[in-house]
Design a protein around this ligand. Structure first.
Ligand SMILES: NC(=O)c1ccc[n+]([C@@H]2O[C@H](COP(=O)([O-])OP(=O)(O)OC[C@H]3O[C@@H](n4cnc5c(N)ncnc54)[C@H](OP(=O)(O)O)[C@@H]3O)[C@@H](O)[C@H]2O)c1
Length: 318
């Protein structure tokens, strides 16, 4: 009983900002975006659907060469066909929940031969079914946080990220419901798995990871974290059908969800020194409730945990 009441309270709290209402209100004060991304290379994960797909096509339309990561070859082929410039849309097939496959991306010809100016860590899944990958990780943990960690770290170590580049991490407003936690993020016990809680934890970790990378890399490249609000995508349809049914009229479209990604890449604001998360072109606080400020692990412990998990995956012979 407590869970439904807490969820109701949570959704009511954010209804006016995360919905299309919040977008429309914010948009009233905006200039139209007219970015010029020519001569830039973008790398977008989860580019075959939803917000990632809109981002990849929009960046391509505005002049960028876009390396599009997805696991579905037909959807990648369609994406290329629909691009304003198919020549500048380079599909790369990869299962982003496989840490070994993610670590190998930096050496794929589409990526190893150029510098990435904008990396959009967009892929994210909320899974209601518990699944463990061949590498032994709960699948949403591998997809949502360990994979992006490994992708970003390996690209930077391989010097594939432009020094003046930008990394945009796509988090979620769901992270407002949890403090930072440690190994509970990777719930390998099916009896204890709660897909929604797991997703929120990964998205909180992404905010902390953003701050960590900015401190470590000092702007070379710079890192931003944003969330798109509530967007009507296939992901929401399959993960949260009741939520979609109830709020359908108030959900954003993919263009509205992707707006802040494109705006960050065009405007290049400095990442907020004390942290924060972008929504609708404005930096918002990282916490809305005081209980989430009580992190259960330190930032360094999070990094150590991710690094150790990555090393375990990469050392195993699959
Ligand atoms: N939609 C929202 O309301 C909302 C709210 C807050 C945050 N977000 C965040 O925004 C991001 C995009 O969400 P979305 O709603 O656009 O998601 P989506 O509709 O589910 O699209 C996700 C894309 O990622 C791909 N993908 C998933 N797992 C993959 C894997 N293991 N390997 C390769 N590709 C994979 C999917 O491909 P397949 O078709 O092959 O599965 C799909 O193309 C996520 O990080 C999400 O957490 C979304």
């Amino acid at each position: 009983m407590i869970r439904p009441i807490a969820s109701l309270f949570f959704y009511a709290r954010f209804l006016n900002s995360f919905s299309t209402r919040g977008y429309r209100r914010a948009q009233a004060n905006w200039e139209m975006l007219s970015p010029d991304f020519s001569n830039q290379t973008w790398l977008v994960s989860g580019a075959t659907g939803g917000i990632g797909r809109y981002t990849a096509l929009a960046a391509n339309r505005h002049g960028a060469r876009v390396i599009a990561l997805g696991r579905n070859p037909d959807a990648l082929a369609t994406l290329k066909k629909e691009a304003a410039s198919p020549r500048r849309l380079l599909p790369v097939e990869v299962d982003l929940s496989s840490i070994k496959a993610v670590a190998r991306l930096a050496s794929k010809p589409a990526i190893s031969s150029r510098l990435v100016d904008v990396l959009v860590n967009n892929v994210g899944v909320l899974l209601n079914q518990h699944e463990v990958t061949d590498e032994g990780f709960e699948r949403s943990f591998a997809t949502n946080i360990l994979g992006p960690y490994v992708l970003t770290e390996t690209l930077r170590s391989a010097q594939r990220l432009a020094a003046s580049g930008l990394i945009i991490n796509v988090s979620s407003g769901g992270m407002y419901g949890t403090p930072l936690v440690g190994e509970e993020m990777n719930c390998t016990d099916p009896n204890r798995f709660d897909g929604m809680a797991a997703y929120a934890r990964h998205k909180r970790a992404m905010v902390v990871l953003t701050r960590y990378w900015n401190t470590r890399w000092q702007g070379s490249p710079s890192v931003q974290v944003m969330h798109p609000g509530w967007v009507d995508t296939a992901g929401v349809q399959s993960a949260l059908p009741w939520f979609r049914r109830t709020l359908k009229a108030l959900l954003r479209n993919a263009e509205q969800g992707a707006d802040t990604i494109l705006w960050l890449a065009q405007q290049r604001p400095d990442p907020p020194i004390d942290g924060g998360i972008w929504l609708d072109r404005q930096c918002q606080p990282e916490h809305e409730f005081s209980f989430t400020k009580r992190a259960r692990i330190s930032e360094q412990a999070l990094i150590d945990y991710l690094q150790q998990a990555a090393e375990v995956a990469l050392s195993r012979g699959h």
